[in-house]
Ligand binder design. Structure first.
Ligand SMILES: Cc1cc2nc3c(=O)[nH]c(=O)nc-3n(C[C@H](O)[C@H](O)[C@H](O)COP(=O)(O)O)c2cc1C
Length: 57
């Protein structure tokens, strides 16, 4: 640690990245900010694949 503050900013659709972010927070004491998209992505996997492709256009 160099005395600077650390921010973990993450987005997680199904929870995997959230778990990683929480583990990094546990090990570093960093601040955590969850990015929550508006409108939310679908809970349905096939639908969210289409939404993600649209977002890349
Ligand atoms: C829109 C979308 C596309 C994905 N595409 C792939 C892919 O091409 N290959 C792959 O191995 N995993 C793919 N995944 C799975 C995620 O990369 C993986 O499960 C990741 O751990 C999800 O993190 P999360 O639980 O924080 O959302 C995709 C997930 C989503 C939501």
């Amino acid at each position: 640690m160099n005395g600077g503050r650390i921010l973990i900013a993450y987005f997680s659709w199904s929870g995997n990245t959230r778990g990683v972010a929480e583990e990094i927070r546990r090990q570093t004491g960093a601040d955590v900010f969850e990015i929550i998209p508006v409108p939310a992505y679908s809970d349905d996997y096939n639908t969210v694949l289409m939404e993600a492709q649209e977002d890349q256009h």
